[in-house]
Design a protein around this ligand. Structure first.
Ligand SMILES: Nc1ncnc2c1ncn2[C@@H]1O[C@H](COP(=O)(O)OP(=O)(O)O)[C@@H](O)[C@H]1O
Ligand SMILES: [Mg+2]
Length: 264
């Protein structure tokens, strides 16, 4: 796919005027780490921005934040300053000029952020809902696991993307994650992304297994957001700290993410 095709997609990715009145938060979670959440979040943000949408990418991985690393960004402030009460959330917003979207960076290696009191977390989420009114889409890149911060952001997002790979451990972690979230919010809109698969058929099989388990044991039927093929250029782009949308717009993985973006 050529870059011109990506650029010429605004009509399909366009948002309605009343987007701000809906819950336009898209959380990206998984259960297991290392399945491509951050890479997917960055790529979605970039594609939406290319289509003319106002996008904020929020690094909600409070323990191991790395959105800024994947983007090669140095931001003046991060969530650490917000949580310390030094600045309001809006002051932590920084532009990612190369991508045409805004970013709120997390802070890596700060255990205190991950163990923030629930009341503070709730306040931060409420602030984010307010900030979200200025955007068409807010993408929240969440950490692995099921700790409080992850649950709070996941349960309250308008759409929740659960990313898994075809590895059995990733699948069982995704199932365990969905189980916990659905228990808290049975009406949640969960969509599964099967990432880094060798073939689309393999991804479909993986999704079918997960969906069957959710239907049978949880009485909940997650839908399929899409399947993303394994692509060596994903790693290359991350290593060069640039978005794959700029570096390798023709990559298979980019066309797969684009298909997902069109449904969100
Ligand atoms: N579609 C893909 N094809 C190949 N490698 C991928 C793909 N998606 C993710 N990866 C690899 O997985 C690694 C972890 O991605 P990352 O976004 O940091 O995961 P997470 O945020 O879930 O921990 C990346 O460094 C990249 O090498
Ligand atoms: Mg991550």
């Amino acid at each position: 796919m050529s870059i011109s095709r990506i650029i010429s997609l605004p009509s399909k990715l366009a948002v309605s005027d009343n987007a701000a009145s809906r819950n336009n938060l898209i959380a990206v979670a998984s259960g297991k780490g290392g399945v491509g959440k951050t890479w997917l979040s960055v790529s979605l943000a970039h594609l939406f921005a290319k289509a003319g949408q106002r996008v904020l990418l929020f690094d909600g991985d409070l323990g191991l934040a790395n959105v800024d690393i994947q983007l090669g960004l140095i931001t003046p402030y991060d969530l650490g300053a917000v949580i310390a009460g030094k600045i309001p959330l809006t002051h932590a917003i920084a532009p990612c000029k190369a991508g045409g979207f805004d970013v709120i960076a997390g802070r890596s290696g700060s255990g205190s952020l991950a163990s923030m009191p629930v009341s503070r977390l709730q306040m931060m989420f409420d602030d984010l809902r307010l900030v979200a009114q200025q955007y068409d889409k807010v993408i929240i890149d969440l950490g692995a696991g099921v700790e409080r911060a992850v649950r709070l952001f996941a349960e309250n997002a308008g759409k929740l993307l659960v990313v898994c790979s075809d590895e059995p451990t990733s699948l069982t972690d995704a199932y365990a994650f969905i189980k916990i979230i659905v228990k808290e919010n049975p009406k949640i809109d969960i969509r599964v992304v099967v990432n880094a698969v060798l073939s689309v058929r393999e991804g479909e099989r993986t999704f079918a297994t997960l969906q069957k388990a959710c239907k049978g044991f949880l009485n909940y039927t997650p839908s399929l957001a899409g399947i993303i093929r394994k692509d060596a250029r994903v790693r290359d782009a991350i290593r060069s700290q640039t978005s794959i949308i700029t570096t390798y717009p023709d990559a298979d993985a980019v066309s797969d993410v684009l298909k997902i973006a069109q449904t969100l």
